[in-house]
Design a protein around this ligand. Structure first.
Ligand code: ZN
Ligand code: ZN
Length: 253
């Protein structure tokens, strides 16, 4: 079997009937990995027929609320799930500071700390390479105005997948995402109203083309994003397959 990506959310912090905050599940025979955990992600996990106790690992890109607000909910859900398997361990990885970040959640909601025995929290550095059962995850640096924002590359058998998290276009991302099978890229704002620390369609198109991605999956689109123009702008720069992310979408790689 190859791998499968399920888009849990393709949006941002702005509540939207169509797009929950950006998160996805990467699945192989032996691993079910959640990337980011913004608001509504715990619901999206079950809506897409996964179980929280089925998760093996969670990778957080950075501490902005649209990528982390669901963590408190997730811990509360685990704590309140009767008979959550005692031997279950979910690895929760994130940038430096994630241990302190989780302690802040426990300060807010002391009871959820009881769920912490089911989680192993690990802090990651740029270039770390984590060996998981049937794949590797490498850590890259995102440029998001906060010093410790990360992106992730998964190597599984002959294919590779990159999740950019939130980032501006930078040269190092091109080599980090070299020759990926699927590039999942944020595409926050339109070309005519760019925002620091994020990418516009022309930048995403350039990135996908320069790194030689086979397929480009777009997520983290603000309501302001003009989706028709976005697609045109990207297609004029990138010859591979362009997929506009939608909640619940599944892709095989
Ligand atoms: Zn952000
Ligand atoms: Zn974001």
């Amino acid at each position: 079997m190859g791998y499968r990506i399920t888009v849990l959310g393709s949006g941002t912090i702005i509540p939207s009937a169509r797009r929950k905050s950006s998160a996805l599940i990467f699945e192989t025979e032996k691993e079910i990995i959640l990337f980011d955990c913004g608001p509504s992600v715990p619901e999206a996990i079950v809506q897409n027929n996964f179980l929280i106790k089925g998760l093996n690992r969670i990778f957080i890109t950075h501490f902005h609320p649209d990528h982390t607000l669901g963590l408190g909910h997730l811990f509360a859900a685990v704590k309140n799930t009767p008979a959550f398997p005692e031997d279950k361990k979910i690895y929760l990885y994130g940038p430096k500071g994630i241990k302190k970040f989780m302690r802040e959640w426990y300060n807010l909601y002391p009871s959820i700390q009881r769920a912490s025995r089911f989680f192993e929290v690990g802090e990651l550095d740029i270039n770390d390479r984590i060996e998981c059962s049937d794949l590797f995850v490498t850590v890259g640096m995102a440029e998001h105005g906060m010093g410790n924002a990360l992106m992730y590359r998964v190597e599984y058998r002959d294919s590779a997948f990159v999740f950019t998290g939130d980032t501006a276009y930078t040269e190092p991302i091109v080599s980090f995402a070299k020759n990926v099978n699927i590039l999942v890229a944020e595409c926050s704002f339109p070309d005519d109203s760019p925002m620091a620390g994020h990418m516009t369609p022309s930048e995403v198109g350039l990135l996908a083309s320069e790194c030689g991605a086979e397929k480009l999956l777009l997520v983290h689109m603000y309501p302001l994003q003009k989706e028709k123009d976005m697609e045109e702008s990207i297609r004029s720069r990138f010859g591979g397959e362009v997929i506009i992310g939608a909640d619940g979408m599944r892709l095989e790689g």
